[in-house]
Design a protein around this ligand. Structure first.
Ligand SMILES: *Cc1c(COP(=O)(O)O)cnc(C)c1O
Length: 468
C-alpha cells in the first residue's frame, strides 16, 4: 500500500528543515507581536517537501469511500442524489464570495434565492412560511420545537411541556425535545411498524393538558407511510397540541403529498438529504423550518446571518432543474428502487414487516440465524465488494436492523449488482461463516475494535519530542 510506503501521518514524514512553500513577503511591513502573546518555542509543525505533501494527501483521499466511488445504500441519513451541476451553481463566485455583512443592496440576488427557495418549499409542503437559518436537521427540530413552545407560552398555556415521540423515531427527535427543555413520552408502534393509535389515545387522555406537540416522521424510520395521520392529527389537535413533521427524508413525498395538507403545523426539511448537498463527514447541512400561518411570529433566532447559504443555493438549483413536472418523479423512483431490493432479497434476509415501503426499508439480519453471521458481519463483508454498508442496528425496533435506501437516481444495473452481492454474502454465511465474520479482508484496515475505539480513543499524535 502506498500509505505504508509514505507513512500514515504527515508528522511521521517530517524532516527537519524541509520546505515545500515559502510565505509571500509581508506587505504591511514588520510588526512586532507583543512577547506575552508569542510562543516561547516554535510550534511543532511537520516539515515536508511539496511532493511528499501532495502524495500523502492524495493517497489518503484514495482510501475514502463516497457516492462518487460506489453505491451507497445507507438508510435514513443517506446521501441522496447530489447532481454535480448544483455544485457548480453553488460555487459561482457571485454567490460563493459574498460576505454576510455586505450592504443589502449588493446582495439582492442572494436574497432572491433565499426567498424563492422559501416560496418553493412552502409550495412543496403546503405550509405558510419557512426560515432557512437552522444548520442541520436536529437544529431544525430544536427551532421548530421552540416555535411550538413559544406558541403555547404566548397563549399563557405554560403547562404544555410534553412531546409525544413514536418509538421508531430518529434519535434526534427526543434529543431535540430535551434540549428545548421539554419532556418526552414515547408512543409504541404496532407490529406493522406504524403508530399505535389506541396507545396514543391513552396517552392523550392521561396527559392531554400537558401535551405540547407530537413529532412524527413520515414516511417513518421503517420507510412506511403513516396511514393514520388524519386520525392522529385530529386527536392531538383536539387535545390542544401541535403536530410536528420530521421531513428529513422528504424525497418520497415530493410533489405527491404535503405535510401542510395532512394537518401538520411545523416541520423541518434536511436540504442536505432531500435537496442535494453532499454531507459526508458531518456537514455542511441546512434544516429549514416551515410553519402554518400564524406561527411565523414565533421563529426564534437560532443562527447568525442567513444560515448555510451555499446549501440553500444547491437546493434551489435542484428544485429549478427538476421543475414542477419532474419533481413528482423523485418519489415513485425512490419507492420503486427500495421495493425492488426488498422483494429481491426477502427470501434470504429477514423482512419483519411485509408490504409496500417508501424510499427505504429494514431487514432484521439474515433469515438463517443458525450460521451466527450478524448484521455487523454482513455490513463488513459488503466493504470487501466495494459497497458502502447500509445503516445497521438502527432503528432499535429489531435486534439485527439492516436499513437499506437505494435512492431514486441509481440505475437498475447498479441495484442488480448490489442484490447479487447481498445474495452472495448470504451464501457465504452458510458455506464459510468464519470468513464473513472476520471481514473485511480487502480494505486498508481490517475490522476495527469499535468498543476499544469508543472507550480509549487516541485522537492526537504524540509529538516526537515527547517520545524522547
Ligand atoms: C438525518 C435525520 C435527522 C437529523 O438530521 P441531521 O442533519 O443529521 O441533524 C432527523 N430525523 C430524521 C428522520 C433523519 O433521517
Amino acid at each position: 500500500m502506498n500509505n505504508r510506503l509514505y507513512g500514515n501521518l504527515i508528522f511521521e514524514l517530517s524532516q527537519e528543515g524541509r520546505r515545500g512553500y515559502s510565505l509571500p513577503r509581508n506587505r504591511f511591513g514588520s510588526y512586532e507581536i507583543p512577547a506575552s502573546m508569542r510562543r516561547a518555542e516554535d510550534a511543532q509543525l511537520p516539515e515536508c517537501d511539496e511532493m511528499t505533501v501532495v502524495r500523502h494527501y492524495t493517497n489518503l483521499s484514495a482510501n475514502n469511500f463516497g457516492v462518487d466511488n460506489g453505491f451507497y445504500p445507507l438508510g435514513s441519513c443517506t446521501m441522496k442524489y447530489n447532481p454535480k451541476i448544483n455544485e457548480e451553481v453553488a460555487a459561482l463566485p457571485q454567490f460563493a464570495a459574498l460576505h454576510p455583512l455586505q450592504p443589502k443592496d449588493t446582495v439582492r440576488g442572494a436574497e432572491a434565492v433565499c426567498s424563492l427557495l422559501c416560496k418553493s418549499l412552502c409550495e412543496l409542503t403546503g405550509l405558510h412560511a419557512f426560515t432557512l437559518k437552522p444548520f442541520a436537521g436536529a437544529h431544525g427540530e430544536l427551532t421548530g420545537l421552540m416555535v411550538i413552545k413559544g406558541y403555547h407560552e404566548h397563549r399563557g398555556d405554560m403547562e404544555r411541556r410534553l412531546v409525544i415521540v413514536p418509538d421508531s423515531a430518529h434519535g434526534t427527535n427526543p434529543a431535540s425535545a430535551a434540549v428545548c427543555g421539554l419532556d418526552i413520552i414515547e408512543v409504541k408502534s404496532l407490529s406493522d411498524g406504524t403508530v399505535d393509535v389506541e396507545a396514543l389515545q391513552k396517552l392523550l387522555s392521561e396527559h392531554g393538558p400537558q401535551i405540547a406537540a407530537m413529532m412524527m416522521t413520515n414516511p417513518n424510520t421503517l420507510g412506511l407511510f403513516e396511514r393514520q395521520i388524519p386520525v392522529i392529527q385530529k386527536m392531538v389537535h383536539e387535545a390542544g397540541g401541535l403536530m410536528y413533521y420530521d421531513g428529513a427524508n422528504l424525497n418520497p413525498m415530493l410533489g405527491a403529498a404535503r405535510p401542510g395538507d395532512m394537518g401538520f403545523d411545523v416541520m423541518h426539511i434536511n436540504l442536505h438529504k432531500t435537496f442535494s448537498t453532499p454531507h459526508g463527514g458531518g456537514g455542511p447541512g441546512a434544516g429549514p423550518v416551515g410553519v402554518r400561518e400564524g406561527l411565523e411570529q414565533f421563529f426564534p433566532t437560532v443562527s447568525p446571518y442567513h444560515g448555510n447559504f451555499a446549501v440553500a443555493m444547491r437546493a434551489y438549483a435542484y428544485i429549478l432543474s427538476l421543475g414542477r413536472e419532474h419533481v413528482k418523479e423523485v418519489g415513485p423512483l425512490a419507492t420503486l428502487n427500495a421495493n425492488y431490493i426488498k422483494e429481491s432479497l426477502k427470501d434470504v434476509y429477514e423482512l419483519p414487516i411485509e408490504g409496500l415501503c417508501k424510499h427505504e426499508f429494514v431487514f432484521d439480519g439474515l433469515k438463517d440465524k443458525s450460521t451466527g453471521v450478524t448484521t455487523m458481519d454482513v455490513a463488513k463483508r459488503l466493504l470487501d465488494y466495494g459497497y458502502h454498508a447500509p445503516t445497521i442496528y438502527f432503528p432499535l425496533l429489531f435486534h439485527e436492523s439492516l436499513m437499506i435506501e437505494p435512492t431514486e437516481n441509481e440505475s437498475k444495473e447498479t441495484i442488480d449488482g448490489f442484490i447479487q452481492v447481498m445474495r452472495q454474502i448470504a451464501e457465504e454465511a452458510k458455506s464459510d461463516p468464519e470468513m464473513v465474520k472476520s471481514a473485511p479482508h480487502n480494505t486498508p484496515i481490517g475490522r476495527v475494535d469499535d468498543v476499544l475505539a469508543a472507550k480509549h480513543p487516541i485522537v492526537t499524535f504524540r509529538q516526537m519530542k515527547d517520545d524522547k
